[in-house]
Design a protein around this ligand. Structure first.
Ligand code: CAA
Length: 390
């Protein structure tokens, strides 16, 4: 029996901030963002979107009624949680109409935790062969206006259905993880934006990649020659490109190096347009690779590097199932192009709007563009979600 990802769905904010406009407004050369970070646009969310609405919308794009009857666990991986107690997965369970006898929970370790969630999902399906597990990586990445991290913000959610005999990717048992107690990026409970030691975080990312990859090769006996593509966590695509250069084996034939580079370029197409989506970034890279690579074939192997500040890193691998293309969308770029372009002034208002609660804990919101679900109000401190009709 094989276990892995059977379906993958995606949702992102319906507003787009073009990097050229941000560069102009911040008095920065536009090439710094387009060439220095490899970013062209960011997905911006209004107050009526959060990890629940994005996660439910991403999952809604892939699930059938049969899936909903078979899912017995929903895990939301996030670092932009909306509640210290109640798991976002519980809201999503209801919004999607998943059968009641399911386990719903939330995982946290910065951008890393969706990788742990996938692993737990796989172990669960190994024990319960008919089960399906919904893993959702959902985040809104906010650093704040005029901060160094501002050009790397973003929003989005990747939903993955894990089952036996997957039609997309078979996940292997070769994971190698590494933990280091470091302060490169963290968000205390009292802060809406993270504290970041940006340069230090990039050094740690690259060093965790190098050392975890060395250990992975030692334990698995595999080398870069075994893989057709390497997917990276994508805080911004330029850092992942540095990662690819760091692990590139100069002894590989030129053709192999070209394939790895072409597939890397395919893996960053969506992130260049969306920005960082924290827990989902690695899997957005995977989705972008699968939907845009010209060369990938069933049976080929992909390596994945997950990184969450704090820090935990993990490398694991997967094999593409034949006919995997049937499980993918062909109109993603058109969907991204349909986002509403906004000015820097509108982005500053929209992305950073906070709920103004009355004395009883009620708040209403203006109408904004969202995906299939939206936050309609807060009533007595309870978040009220609704499905969009029509
Ligand atoms: N034309 C072309 N390139 C230019 C340029 C120009 N006019 N001006 C600058 N650049 C290049 C720089 O040379 C640099 O590229 P190299 O690194 O290849 O030399 C790049 O643009 C970035 O410029 P700076 O080095 O001046 O750095 P910055 O002030 O833009 O800050 C950052 C970069 C610190 C990473 C900042 O974006 C940040 O704090 N980001 C948030 C933290 C982050 O993403 N960390 C990543 C690792 S942590 C993680 O992975 C978890 C997570 O998701 C957060």
């Amino acid at each position: 029996m094989t276990i892995g990802i059977d379906k993958i769905g995606f949702a992102t904010g319906r507003y787009r901030l073009d990097m050229e406009n941000l560069a102009q407004s911040r008095g920065v050369d536009a090439d710094k963002f387009s060439k220095g970070l490899l970013l062209d646009a960011l997905s911006i969310t209004p107050i009526t979107d959060d990890i629940v609405t994005l996660g439910a919308s991403a999952a809604n794009s892939i699930l059938t009624e049969d899936d909903k009857a078979m899912i017995d666990m929903i895990i939301v991986a996030t670092e932009s949680s909306i509640d210290q107690s109640k798991a976002a997965a519980v809201y999503i369970h209801k919004l999607l109409g998943i059968q009641p006898f399911a386990r719903s929970l939330e995982f946290k370790e910065a951008c890393y935790s969706a990788t742990a969630a996938l692993n737990y999902a796989k172990l669960h399906v190994e024990k319960h062969k008919k089960a399906k597990v919904l893993v959702i990586a959902s985040d809104i990445a906010k650093y704040g206006i005029n901060t160094p991290g501002e050009p790397t913000q973003g929003s989005g959610s990747v939903a993955m259905l894990v089952s036996q005999n997957p039609r997309l990717l078979e996940i292997h048992d070769d994971n190698v993880a590494q933990t280091r107690d470091i302060m490169d990026f963290w968000r205390p409970n009292y802060s809406t934006t993270p504290f970041v030691d940006g340069m230090y975080s990039t050094k740690q990312y690259l060093d965790m990649l190098k050392t975890t990859w060395a250990e992975y090769q030692k334990r698995s006996g595999k080398t870069l020659a075994d893989f057709s593509a390497f997917c990276f966590h994508l805080p911004f695509p330029k850092l992942a490109l540095k990662g690819l250069h760091k692990i590139m084996d100069k002894r590989l034939p030129d053709r192999k190096k070209e394939t790895l580079k072409a597939n890397f370029d395919a893996s960053i197409i969506y992130s260049r347009q969306i920005g960082n989506i924290y827990t989902g970034s690695l899997f957005l890279g995977l989705l972008s690779l699968l939907e845009n690579s010209n060369s990938l074939q069933g049976g080929e192997q992909i390596a994945l590097f997950s990184y969450g500040s704090g820090a935990v890193a993990e490398i694991f691998s997967a094999t593409l199932v034949s006919d995997f293309k049937k499980q993918l969308q062909t109109n993603r770029k058109e969907q991204l192009n349909q986002r509403q372009s906004i000015s820097v002034a509108d982005y500053e208002k929209l992305f950073f709007e906070e709920a103004t609660l009355d004395a009883f804990g009620n708040a209403n919101f203006a109408n904004y563009a969202t995906n299939d679900f939206y936050l309609s109000a807060i009533k007595e401190h309870q978040r009220i979600y609704e499905a969009k009709h029509g």
